[in-house]
Write a protein of this length. Sequence first.
Length: 202
Amino acid sequence: MNKFPQNQQKAIEAAIFEFQENGFRGTSMSSIALEAGMSKKELKSYFENKDDLFKYVFLELYGRIAPQLQDIMDGNMPIFEKIRHFTNNYVAFINDYKFLPLGLIRKLNSKTDFAKEFIVNLRMPDPTIFYAQIEKEIEKGNIRKINPKELMINIFALSVFPHVASPLMKDFINAGNDEFENIKNKGKTNVADFIINSIRIL
């Protein structure tokens, strides 16, 4: 987890709350300052604008989930159990911070250096042990031949896409708000079931 000065951390936590309650567009620097118990002037002394603050929100939240995912990938557990833990933690994280996927895509598509800063400031999880375990399971004949990197892409895609495309998917499958939220929540187990069934050799 990242360590920021106390008042900056207070502002970041306030921004997380406001983004979660009102979305990125519905949140203002004024509302964040109010939630943080500081003046807008003080807030802007730490963060230039809402986009700048979102970067630090992302770094903070990424710092919470990345070590969990690394521990799972490096853990001493069977591959299917590892996939279940990975998807459960990742989908639960996305469910907890629903504003994050859309906000991240917005930033990555903007005309800023966010993507470059993303790479510079983040320590990306190392999937080497996970990849090696996949290869061993393929050699043993337990799972079908698949590029471990493609498997990782599929896990992330199935976990994230329902959240990124919520308005489109909800209408496309003709689901009400509560039903769709329930479907997304079930992704904690259903994504793993789908992935495992697609690679398991019976």
